[in-house]
Design a protein. Structure first.
Length: 735
């Protein structure tokens, strides 16, 4: 036993596996024990596939297949044949799920018909009757989408198109009204003109049916005498014609009536892009046209109301948009959509993303991450580069004016309304989504759900328009058991004596990582005969501070292909990552008001002062003699209450490196990078203790990693530091 424990400890510290004590897990086909019930997803009822409902832009824009079927059954499966209907319709639901998981695509109606056709062979009439009645109860239709690599972009495009369609309809209605009114002004001007009162024009206006019934020459003479001849000033006529020309040539929305046909004279712009640089370039190129159209709309409104004054407005509109437009000027125009994969977000593209987010432009960005467990180049077992998307999302929140939504694919259905809010938000929005599509060996749904459950990729949203403080803007509650470090789930299994055993298991980052075959070398199976008390669960190991050699090693429960329970020990590198993941989760908890250190500190202070007051009152009551009026008169005045005087914010130069210390969330990111340069004060909040203790690259890296984007790197102190050009670009959003 001693030798076994020593082998376990050696593996924990070094990652080496002595063959006689430990087994490699490569090829054993192990999966985390809590995955045991999710081997065949098509047999389970869960949110996927999703129905991307056509023609909706509200909470019904996406529905789960199970939800639809439940709704239909609740409506029609009543009375004596309820159970029979339920059985038949659930069988069909499973068949649709199997078809979609197998790669079938199409609308809900098509896949329903296909699944029904497959099941109809050999089925009796009651089966057909059940399906017919259930189908009649489902009104929605649209494409079905599974939880796969394509889902994040597909879902976001679907929602974005619905929001843009609504916008286009409102814009078109307004523009058509303006065009009609402006045309009416020109028409009535023409009718007052000599040409408009000519016999020829009057005859043409009446039409051929009555051509002989009137004397148009006499009518023309009469009108010429009776009606005033004050025509529109030429400058106004020209202005209105120009406005109509601008409206007719605009490319921001399709022409009235229908989407532009192929070969139409004016082709509308496309607003969907697959790179930040392309979207930004298009935005800049179209900006003069957008200003021209916004200006024309403003002038048209004045013309229609007869309030345009050349003396007053000409000079004003000459300068229109010279200083850029306000967010409300952009509001009626289409929002841009960029769908970009984190794997392609390198160098210049990342800088462009930062520019979009910090510029306030109405550009919505989907940042899709397929591989959260990609190893960092800086060290084996380090997940740093896989965490880049999380850092970008955190940084975007620090900018204060960006709508940020982070979610695993598995949770997108539950975040559908938040997604719509982000798309309708006036400024930039970032949707950071982990698809689970690149982890080896597991279905994307399972990996994305596990990433969220294990705190590797928690879900949250930050809505700057929801209120003035974090409590109203930040939402973290979509994660399970949000107040705990790791969610606890019940797990039941059969032991060697075939007895049923139930226990509570924490699902940690290590369980998530253990599901990915690429990390097999950080794990070692302990043969059953060598199980001993030196193995403790990972969550327990994480609560221990190691001093000297450990006497216990962390382990996770896994199951093999036959669902036989296995114990697997973990090396120290993964434990370090789990600790880091937990710290990041703590920072999010703080932002979400869970275990908030400031609130807890305040509470402790208030409690202490309340206890002291109570104590004092008790002592006074116990010793007090009846106070005389004289005593009362000479009693010393109560000391004036100490008043906290807020320190004025120091004036900062953008060249100076500093941290907005009072906002520090104590996440350790900066201190992990350089604990000489970044140091905690007595309140456990970071400040720059020694600017010369590190490089500008470290300052920039810390700024990028900071959970709340409060590190301002300033300007480099060493002009010879390598890579300064690139570093300065990266530092820009934090200056
Ligand atoms: S200043 Fe440092 S410790 Fe504080 S939140 Fe930012 S990175 Fe974390």
């Amino acid at each position: 036993m001693e030798a076994d424990t020593q082998a376990h400890v050696a593996f924990f510290l070094t990652g080496r596996r002595p063959g006689e004590h430990l087994d490699a897990i490569e090829g054993l086909n192990l999966r985390p024990a809590l995955f045991a019930g999710y081997r065949e997803l098509t047999q389970l009822r869960y949110d996927f596939p999703l129905l991307l409902v056509a023609g909706r832009a509200d909470a019904q824009i996406v529905q789960s297949l199970s939800g639809l079927i439940d709704g239909a059954l609740a409506a029609v499966a009543t009375g004596g044949d309820a159970e029979r209907m339920r059985k038949h319709v659930l069988r069909l639901e499973q068949e649709i799920r199997t078809l979609v998981a197998g790669g079938a695509s199409g609308s809900f109606s098509e896949l329903w018909a296909k699944a029904a056709g497959r099941l109809a062979k050999g089925a009796d009439k009651s089966f057909e009757d059940s399906l017919r009645r259930a189908r009649a109860a489902i009104k929605a239709d649209g494409e079905l989408a599974d939880c796969d690599a394509a889902l994040p972009a597909r879902l976001l495009r679907h929602a974005w198109s619905a929001v843009q369609k609504q916008k286009a309809e409102a814009f078109r209605k307004d523009l058509d009204r303006q065009m009609l009114k402006l045309s009416d002004i020109l028409k009535s001007d023409h009718e007052r003109s000599e040409a408009g009162r000519s016999a020829k024009h009057l005859k043409a206006a009446v039409g051929t049916g009555f051509g002989d019934a009137f004397d148009f020459d006499a009518m023309s003479n009469m009108l010429n005498k009776a009606l005033p001849k004050d025509a529109l000033p030429e400058s106004r006529r020209r202005r209105i014609r120009d406005l109509l020309a601008v409206f007719g040539a605009q490319q921001f929305f399709p022409a009235a009536g229908a989407p532009a046909k192929k070969g139409a004279a004016v082709k509308p712009y496309s607003f969907a892009f697959d790179s930040c640089s392309a979207a930004l370039a298009a935005f800049r190129e179209r900006m003069p046209k957008l200003v021209e159209l916004a200006r024309a709309i403003a002038i048209a409104e004045l013309e229609i109301d007869g309030e345009y004054s050349e003396a007053k407005h000409d000079a004003l509109f000459e300068q229109f948009g010279a200083n850029g437009l306000d967010p409300q000027d952009f509001a009626p125009f289409p929002d841009y959509l960029v769908c970009v994969n984190a794997a392609k977000l390198l160098g210049e593209e990342q800088a462009q993303l930062m520019e979009i987010l910090s510029s306030g432009l109405p550009i919505k960005v989907l940042l899709q991450l397929d591989d959260l467990l990609e190893e960092s180049s800086v060290g084996e077992g380090s997940l740093t580069s896989g965490m880049r998307s999380r850092q970008i999302a955190n940084m975007a929140m620090g900018l204060n004016e960006v709508y940020v939504l982070q979610s695993a694919s598995s949770n997108l259905y539950h975040f559908r309304e938040r997604m719509l809010h982000g798309l309708a938000y006036r400024g930039p929005a970032l949707f950071s989504v982990y698809s689970g599509a690149k982890a080896s060996g597991m279905p994307p749904y399972l990996m994305s759900a596990a990433a969220m459950e294990s705190r590797a990729f928690p879900a949250f949203s930050y809505d700057p328009s929801a209120g003035a403080n974090w409590a109203s803007r930040f939402y973290l509650e979509a994660n399970s058991q949000v107040e705990l470090d790791w969610p606890i789930q019940g797990f039941a299994y059969e032991d060697e004596e075939h007895q049923r055993v139930s226990e509570d298991l924490a699902f940690t980052l290590v369980d998530f990582v253990a599901a990915d075959r690429r990390y097999a070398r950080h794990l070692a199976r302990v043969p059953r005969e060598k199980w001993n008390g030196s193995m403790i669960p990972v969550d327990e190991a994480l609560t221990r501070e190691r001093k000297g050699l450990p006497d216990k090693v962390p382990s996770v429960l896994m199951v093999d292909a036959d669902n036989v329970l296995q114990k697997v020990i973990v090396d120290e590198r993964l434990i370090r990552e789990a600790r880091r993941c937990r710290e990041m989760w703590h920072s999010l908890q703080e932002l979400g008001g869970v275990h908030n250190s400031h609130a807890e500190k305040l509470l402790a202070r208030e409690r202490k002062s309340w206890e002291e007051r109570m104590q004092q009152q008790a002592e006074t009551a116990a010793t007090a003699a009846p106070a005389t009026a004289q005593e009362a008169a000479v009693a010393p005045a109560a000391p004036a209450e100490a008043t906290a005087v807020a320190e004025p914010e120091p004036e900062r130069s953008p060249d100076e490196a500093y941290i907005d210390t009072p906002r520090c969330a104590t996440c350790n990111e900066c201190t992990n990078i350089n604990d000489k340069m970044f140091v905690y004060n007595d309140d456990k909040q970071a400040y720059i203790a020694d600017i010369n203790a590190g490089t500008y690259a470290q300052l920039v890296e810390a700024a990028e990693n900071c959970q709340v984007a409060i590190i301002h790197p300033g300007k480099p102190r060493n002009p010879n530091e390598p890579g300064l050009e690139e570093l300065l670009k990266r530092a820009e959003p934090f200056l």
